[in-house]
Design a protein around this ligand. Sequence first.
Ligand code: ARG
Ligand code: ZN
Length: 470
Amino acid sequence: MPRRRPLVIVGTVLLLAACGTTGLRELPVVGATGIGDPYYPGDGNGGYDVDRYDLVVGYDPGTDELTGTATITARTTGTPLSSFSLDLVGLEVAAVQVDGTDVQVSRDDDELVVYPGQVVVDGDFTVRVEYSGVPEPVEDGPGESGVVTTDDGVLVVGQPDVAATWFPVNDHPSDAAAVQLSVTVPEDLVAVSNGELVDRGDPVDGERTWVWRSDQPMAPYLVTLAVGDFDLTEREVDGITYRDAVAAGLSDRRAQNARAALDQQPAILDFLAGVFGSPYPFTEAGGIVTASSLGFALETQTRPIYAQDFFGSASGAELVVVHELAHQWTGDDLRLDRWRDIWLNEGFATYAEWAWTEDQGGPTVADQLADITAIPDDDPFWEQAIGDPGAASDELFSEAVYLRGGALLAALRAEVGDDDFAELLSRWTTDRAGQAVTTGEFTDLADEVSGTDLGGFFDAWLGAGKPPGY
Ligand code: ARG
Ligand code: ZN
């Protein structure tokens, strides 16, 4: 289960924010220690918005120690701030500067509270945090996620909570930012992250510094790092650079299946651009296949991570790639404003898998819908309201969120017709590109595109119970 944190209400924020609307001169306030997501009240922070993370980290596989400097460029979103928080779990903080001036900080559970002192932050500001330590793994259902050590290095993979376990961050998908990660590791290891490989440095004293950069904003949980013995390859197809990292420790058969599935990425992106009615949102792509005992795949931006078990057999191995690449549109480029709306990620990625399967001559999308609506009314499958599934890992990533979410879209397509459905997906992924989105915004657009009131349809599919009439 993901970490749950108590709700902290900062009275002054509410009070002074209210004054701000009266036209009085705005007084500095203390930024809230949560961004306001009821599922994870401690995640994210109020009062500012991050523009960019510049992370310079070193990782020692012998001790698992991470040493980092995070330079965060941000901007206040309303009144000036006399204090604000960053999310940070564990780790020692050695020094913090705001706009170049040393400032005091305190630690309060998973918050790093920054007091700019006499200096009030107003508009653009920069925070620099020097930190180090061994990151704490995150409990995740039966396993672990977050920063997990592997036989030959480390892997950063988790949802929804991972970023704050390895860098100070406004840890919520609604605040996406550009990221540059510069990571120094022993020279015989490879360090892979999101986006473009800017530099792979020359060995110096047995170490090498890899620099990865993503200029397009990214939700913090999508920032990844994989250090280990990887076979890293690069190719360019139709203006997209693919960098794939396959763990050297895989069996020949798995490595071969993984390579074959990753080789299909250009065809999959082409296909998905058709399904979504909009081009692939990024110029970088690729996958990371880990040899660790990871139990899932994750849509880490531009470079998803895949557990090796997905590649146990050759047939259908590309489906997980279709799923994670679909998330690049729905999940990554369009990101969640609130975690409650997770079906907007998982339902769409599941629908994309079905569309691919149909295109390959397998069961059609309509067949998949029929299979799901054949589940009896009294089956527990129908009990979960996917519009508000619950914050625990087995609720957020339940079978229903994926399958009922996919079925909702298949049923919607049948309801509004192929043309309106195609226009809806195209407008959704084009008009809302690069933004945080909500279920309400999707249902409003569906009403608009179809010219009908789909309120009853969405209530039935998003609420508890089997939708009537199926
Ligand atoms: N979003 C991922 C996917 O559907 C699943 C992540 C499961 N996460 C977890 N922490 N168990 O591809
Ligand atoms: Zn998914």
